[in-house]
Design a protein. Structure first.
Length: 261
């Protein structure tokens, strides 16, 4: 499962999932280009990668800005020679915990608009270069909530849109040797904090006990009765991005194990 000599752009790389995946990719030989809106978080991840002998570069890029994303993708190709992996982990601003009939239009529409826009812009930028070089993998991540999840706000709607977009994109770019695929994952224990959970669901009190209750509830809801660890998620994405997964495209790997796929 080597990523040797591959160049990977990770959008939203300063977050807990992005940082974990970036380190896994770098450990497997990839040169990682870390992008996001907050340079200190990106630099921290890059420094940790470099301390272990990995290759990492940082760029402040707003994934909602198509001009900036296109320019960065072009600069990666110009500098590194190729763009082999593109992974979008940009936060969408989901709001959960309220019935749909009580939500504001803004809270419902925002994650859909943000999720569709950033994934379209970043995938399009990568696909244009990958089609030219005849290879590459575009990766996406969502929670799989399109299968039916009450009290999740717009999460199910944007997950459904992203699932469909990736599958349609895979059909179009597949003949050029380029793959588009992703994973369903939700509730990674190492990424949960009281502050993060309360930001998504203000009905939950910000406390360690609340985090434990949520994680226990998620564990019981899973088919395997266990939650995926960050290392498992990172290894899964590394496999999907590698040449060992060349026959896989147009699908989502079910890491969340809460919804049959």
């Amino acid at each position: 499962m080597s990523l040797q000599n591959k160049n990977a752009v990770i959008y939203g790389a300063g977050g807990s999932i992005g940082g974990g995946v970036a380190k896994e990719f770098a450990a497997r030989g990839a040169r990682v280009f870390l992008t996001g809106r907050h340079e200190p978080a990106l630099t921290k991840v890059a420094d940790e990668i470099k301390e272990t002998g990995g290759l990492a570069e940082v760029a402040v890029v707003d994934a909602m800005d198509e001009t900036a994303v296109d320019a960065h993708a072009a600069s990666v190709v110009a500098e590194a020679g190729s763009l082999d992996i593109s992974l979008n982990l940009v936060p969408r601003g989901d709001v959960q915990g309220s019935p749909l009939v009580e939500m504001s239009v803004e809270d419902f529409v925002r994650p859909i608009t943000t999720g569709v826009t950033t994934n379209f812009i970043t995938a399009r930028a990568a696909a244009r270069h990958m089609i030219t070089q005849g290879s590459g993998a575009i990766l996406a991540l969502d929670s799989g909530s399109a299968q039916g999840s009450p009290m999740m706000g717009a999460t199910g709607s944007i997950d459904a849109a992203l699932d469909t977009y990736i599958r349609n994109l895979a059909v179009e770019i597949g003949p050029h040797g380029v793959r588009a695929l992703g994973i369903w994952v939700a509730g990674i224990p190492e990424t949960f904090t009281p502050e993060k959970l309360s930001a998504v669901n203000n009905q939950l009190p910000a406390s360690p006990e609340m985090v434990e209750n949520v994680l226990n509830g998620l564990k019981e809801a899973r088919m395997t009765k266990r939650s995926p660890r960050l290392a498992e998620v990172a290894r899964t994405l590394a496999f999907l991005a590698s040449d060992d997964a060349m026959g896989i495209t147009g699908t989502f790997v079910n890491v969340t194990s809460m919804f049959p796929s």
